[in-house]
Design a protein around this ligand. Structure first.
Ligand SMILES: [Zn+2]
Ligand SMILES: [Zn+2]
Ligand SMILES: [Zn+2]
Length: 378
């Protein structure tokens, strides 16, 4: 049942190229676009240019990143126009959101980080989500429909083939759901009668998740009106999105009060990505999560908390997420073969803030924090 056509293990050189395809790569290419006509070049040429100029561009990109994150916020600028030009016809994933279900600013929180996030000049961060973009056909799928769904659709304006001057009743080619918690499926009603009144947007989820959607308003109303069309995708299923991109759900141990939880392995013509934003501790995985990490080029992983002491008065361990501090140690042996990116950060997580000791530890380990607009080739 498992998809066995995994990407082979890659060495340091391969990882370097993938990293340049990530946030630093995006910024590096953006900087390079100031002196060369990126849009006119083929994907192959672009890749070579990125690799050749990697050192210098990366240095600049890091400086840029630090400047932009001094305000304690993500850049968010990667969602501007022209990404499909930079990436030519290459399928890729794009980070649409990088924080935990409660958002940033977190609902009803007045901590320093959340108050800073409310400042008018702050660059928005959104609840964790990932888009799968197929530029040749303008097909866009998203993983999870978050409470920030409206802004995240806007962030895809440059790659969606939307009609001008009216509501797009087919704004997405599909939605893939990880699980039934606040941040991951409650954006679906924006496709419903009170908003988009969509025309049969495909939704892939596990059978228990689909059963929950069929049985409960408002989701059942979307199903009844055929605004969404549910497809069962149990762990191990292979979903073909076109342009050589397939997605396979992977069972994830998590608090499964109402349904089950999956991660996704996304495999494209030239690279693959693993996306697991929400899980209990890594020890609960069977097979071990490393089984999946060794098969991909990039992995975006649950980075909800940095350490157990960041929520005063609450036992973080009982909430059930892996701690980034522990993940850094656990995944250190893999750091040269797969690009590791932490996402789904809670507002309490100090690694959200550039220049923090926590962020420095992540970067010293050769890993990064997910940023809205970052793209990774498939
Ligand atoms: Zn979540
Ligand atoms: Zn807060
Ligand atoms: Zn969850």
């Amino acid at each position: 049942m498992w998809d066995t056509h995994g990407t082979a293990r890659r060495g340091r050189g391969a990882k370097k190229r993938r990293r340049l395809g990530g946030m630093r790569g995006w910024l590096a290419v953006w900087l390079l676009c100031g002196v060369v006509a990126c849009g006119a070049r083929g994907a192959e040429t672009e890749t070579e240019t990125e690799a050749e100029t990697g050192t210098e561009a990366e240095t600049e990109a890091e400086t840029e990143t630090e400047t932009e994150t001094e305000a304690g916020r993500g850049t968010g600028t990667g969602t501007g126009t022209g990404v499909s030009e930079r990436w030519g016809e290459r399928p890729h994933v794009r980070v649409l959101g990088s924080v935990q279900d409660g958002g940033l600013p977190h609902v009803a929180c007045t901590c320093t980080r959340c108050d800073a996030a409310r400042a008018p000049e702050a660059v928005p961060r959104y609840v964790a989500s990932l888009a799968i973009v197929l530029p040749a056909t303008h097909a866009v799928h998203v993983i999870d429909a978050t409470p920030d769904f409206r802004a995240q659709l806007d962030a895809l304006a440059d790659v969606r083939d939307a009609p001008a001057g009216r509501v797009d009743r087919a704004p997405l080619d599909g939605v893939l759901l990880t699980h039934a918690h606040l941040g991951h499926y409650t954006g679906l009603p924006f496709l419903g009668f009170e908003a988009v009144h969509a025309e049969g947007v495909r939704v892939w989820a596990t059978p228990p998740m689909n059963a929950l959607l069929r049985a409960n308003v408002p989701f059942s109303e979307l199903v009844r009106r055929e605004e969404i069309v549910l497809h069962d995708a149990p762990p191990g299923a292979r979903i073909d999105l076109g342009e050589g991109v397939t997605v396979t759900p992977v069972q994830v141990p998590h608090r499964d009060e109402n349904a089950d939880t999956v991660a996704f392995r996304i495999t494209g013509p030239s690279a693959s990505v693993f996306y697991a934003p929400d899980t209990d501790g890594w020890d609960a995985w069977d097979p071990p999560v490393e089984h999946w990490l060794r098969q991909v080029d990039v992995a975006l992983l649950d980075g909800t908390f940095f350490s157990g002491d960041e929520l005063p008065g609450r036992d973080v361990a009982s909430i059930g997420h892996p701690m980034i501090a522990a993940s850094l140690e656990r995944f250190a042996p893999l750091a040269d073969e797969v690009e590791l990116v932490f996402t789904h950060l809670n507002h309490s997580n100090p690694a959200l803030t550039a220049g923090s000791a926590a962020r420095a530890r992540v970067e010293a380990a050769g890993m990064t924090i997910a940023r809205e607009g970052a793209t990774y080739a498939l």
